[in-house]
Write a protein that binds this ligand. Structure first.
Ligand code: TXA
Ligand code: MG
Length: 312
């Protein structure tokens, strides 16, 4: 059910859950002031309670009320990239944030979104927790209809159209004197070099390790359709469906889903989850992805999301 901004604000201020648009993906938002709302978000999403949420703020002054001692560089990063798709982790004063929102960690994740509707809502209703508005494990929602697919047509959604970034925020954590990328996202690691004086390393999880970003534990972003990557030739007869690029031809395939342009990675990130979801709407059992695309910039995030969707 599409709702307007006034109703979204009213609902949030009375402790209800509402889906809101951000520049990355839709968020399942609840007020940080209502611990019940936070519990409800975990239940609705069927999200494991050891996977903490991001707190969406309207500026760094709100962060300081929870985290008076920020890691070095936090303020500089926020100044350079907020509002925008960057999430920063900081140690916090535990009493100021419900333990459920941060999965009992002594830290919390903060971000100030760039979407005008999101910002208006946060300014009026206060800081919001807002995990991606999808059932855990499914592709994130980048359009209002995706939220309705997962939570039903009666679920309240503030309609902000398509999310233009299409993949989640980049998450940085300060550890051993340096910032590290603990989730690849909409801002590529090389973009932080001018601000930090170095390019933050990307955390790659080894099976035995406790992840720095608990969300990385889980299979993610996956449609019901089986996503195959790698050598397609052997299986063409059984799986003649491919996700590819508008500049290429795929004459051997029965059906081609166009992700976007090789010249314009943002067109691909904007479409990626919508295409995954379309496979399910079309009752496609399995599809290949053309993985022959660049490795730099946001392509790295696109590649990582496709790989995560293909595991399992
Ligand atoms: O773009 C985004 O970030 C979207 C929009 C709605 O803002 N939100 C989003 O939230 O992607 P979610 O809940 O799907 O992902 C949050 C990630 C999880 O992987 C979680 O493990 C990590 O943030 N996280 C949250 N708090 C953390 C903390 N204190 N330490 C490490 N990782 C944390
Ligand atoms: Mg998510």
């Amino acid at each position: 059910m599409r709702i307007g901004i006034a109703e979204a604000i009213e609902r949030l201020k009375s402790g209800q859950i509402v889906a809101i648009p951000t520049e990355t993906v839709y968020g399942l938002a609840g007020s940080l002031a209502f611990p019940n709302a936070i519990d409800q978000i975990y239940a609705l999403k069927r999200r494991p309670n050891n996977n903490p949420l991001i707190i969406h703020v309207s500026g760094i002054s709100q962060v300081i009320s929870y985290a008076p001692i920020l890691p070095p560089g936090f303020a500089k990063l926020a100044e350079a990239f907020w509002p925008g798709p960057l999430t920063l982790i900081s140690p916090i004063i535990p009493e100021t944030i419900p333990a459920s929102a941060r999965a009992n960690l002594p830290t919390a994740a903060f971000r100030m979104p760039e979407h005008p509707l999101a910002n208006t809502v946060i300014e009026a209703a206060g800081p919001l927790v807002a995990p991606s508005a999808n059932i855990s494990g499914r592709p994130s929602a980048t359009r209002p209809e995706h939220v309705e697919e997962d939570f039903g047509g009666a679920f309240p959604v503030l309609d902000g159209g398509h999310c233009t970034r299409g993949v989640e925020s980049t998450i940085l954590l300060h550890k051993n004197g340096k910032w590290r990328v603990i989730r690849l996202g909409s801002i590529p690691p090389e973009s932080f070099h001018p601000i930090l004086g170095y390019e933050p390393e990307v955390e790659h999880l080894k099976p035995s390790e406790t992840p720095l970003c608990p969300g990385q534990l889980y299979r993610h972003y996956a449609p019901a359709a089986k996503i195959h990557i790698g050598d397609t030739k052997k299986f063409l007869e059984t799986t003649p469906i491919i996700l590819g690029f508008k500049e290429r031809e795929y004459p051997k395939y029965a059906k081609v889903y166009i992700l976007g342009s090789l010249e314009d990675p943002l067109s691909v990130s904007e479409n990626l989850y919508a295409t995954f979801r379309q496979l399910d709407l079309d009752r496609i059992a399995a599809a290949w992805v053309d993985m022959d695309f660049p490795h730099d910039g946001i392509w790295a995030t696109i590649r990582e999301r496709i790989k995560k969707a293909s595991i399992g």
